[in-house]
Design a protein around this ligand. Structure first.
Ligand code: FES
Length: 153
């Protein structure tokens, strides 16, 4: 663990007394600080709480709120719901995968973009839908995808 990470983790842990019941609040705080849960951080937490690493890892993977890999600065979400699918959502997703070079659930190496495929955004009238950070884009075409990604660079 780098000295910075260790110091920041120690700062978090100093507010707790080592009670294993604090595992989730500690994980939440660590994720807030590092934006995901690096392996070394989970190991540090396990040691502090005197829990097996597998327990900390198990809890982190059980709750969807915890991320075990870093997320990019920008989050691109593509709808793969039925309405979007029939209006070409799969092509949109494919175009984004090609443009970014990643699959859903992955992050680009430069940590600029993360990609997720979502069941339905509830904006089916706008299908196919893409959401970049908090901005919803409707009736997206492959040409528009290229434009959107270029604009958000
Ligand atoms: S199916 Fe895509 S927004 Fe509902």
């Amino acid at each position: 663990m780098g000295p910075d990470v260790k110091e920041q983790l120690d700062n978090i842990l100093s507010q707790y007394d080592g009670d294993s019941a604090d595992l989730i609040p500690i994980l939440q705080e660590a994720q807030g600080k590092f934006s995901y849960l690096p392996k070394q951080v989970m190991q540090g937490i396990a040691k502090f709480l005197r829990l097996p690493e597998s327990t900390v890892y198990g809890v982190s993977t059980f709750y969807a709120q915890f991320k075990l890999t870093p997320t990019g600065k920008r989050m691109v979400k593509v709808c793969r719901g039925t309405a979007c699918h029939v209006r070409g959502g799969a092509r949109i997703l494919q175009e984004i995968e090609t443009q970014l070079g990643i699959k859903p659930g992955e992050t680009t190496e430069d940590l600029e973009y993360s990609l997720e495929a979502i069941a339905c955004f509830g904006s089916c009238a706008l299908a196919p839908v893409v959401v970049i950070d908090d901005n919803v884009y409707g009736r997206v075409t492959t040409a528009k995808v290229r434009q959107l990604l270029a604009d958000t660079k």
